[in-house]
Design a protein around this ligand. Sequence first.
Ligand code: SF4
Length: 353
Amino acid sequence: MDRPALTALTPGQLADRFAAEGLTPAFARKFHASALRRGQWPTDDTTLSPRLIAALRQRLDLPALTAVERRVSAADGFAKHLFAAPDGAAFETVLIPLTHRPGAEKAVVCVSSQAGCAMGCAFCATGRLGLTRDLHAWEIIDQVAQLRRSSPLPVRGVVFMGMGEPLLNYDAVVQAAAVLSEPSGLAIAAKAVTLSTVGVTPGIRRLAAERRPFKLIVSLTSADPHKRRALLPAAAAYPLEDLKDALTAYHAATGRRVTLAWTLVAGFNTGEEDARQLAAWTGSLPVQVDLIDVNDTTGRFTPPGDAEREAFRDALRRHLAAPVIRRYSGGKDIDAACGMLAGRSPSPTGWPA
Ligand code: SF4
């Protein structure tokens, strides 16, 4: 039987599993944090019993992703990393530098939850790849652990907005998020871990029922069922009424405002009627709207110009009593922006075509 990955367990789970061998919660925290931060078995800490370390090494695995390539944007410092899993599955991770607050510079890691994606969003390069497979929890965690080791800035947040639909790989994603937000490990605050979904309602209901502390962003993009389905084919399986229902349950369970991502496509979902439909759909549900310019590598969809974007923002303000925030999607020059992750490289590294 395969040995479980040490880093995919929380320290609490590790302590429970090896309680009979004398592993205390404090020892488990120390051992786990050391392995996670350094990517190596702890060997040089004399406070840890050699007998216990040997037992842990025998029964657990410490696998690592292979870092294949790294490209840094000359425009904004976004860094795209290509990783390969032991079975050859390839996926990408982006380090996002946040340097607008002098003295409080930090980075956020955008992770993949699947190799490829089955959702087929019309504007997304990952969607055109199709799904290879779900990632294991340790594969998600190792993306963050490795970028944290090489990042010039402290990593303070994780967003599940890379390849894949996180809520279709629920168990691994939630386990990874729990490990990442362990105070003794990488110490990323649970509220700084964001799960982004195209609107997978069973997953949203599970997050609500389990009272998970992570942030949730739902890609809405249109409150018109036909337009939404044209851009997000998965909407056929999770219709708008069902989505509203799930988000209402989520809000009731968590008390949190729901963030709706709106991918702006010129001449398509930026009109007065689009704003009116959104207001009618949200009703009394407290929301925030994040506006993101479309990044379509095929050129089929284009982002609006400043005037069109501002007019839509004004329309949203007229119809919706909710914060509207424009989100910057960086790393365009290295295909690292939202919707551009497709494992492409100018060099012959074995990235998928
Ligand atoms: S936008 Fe996200 S959910 Fe849609 S195809 Fe791309 S990776 Fe999948």
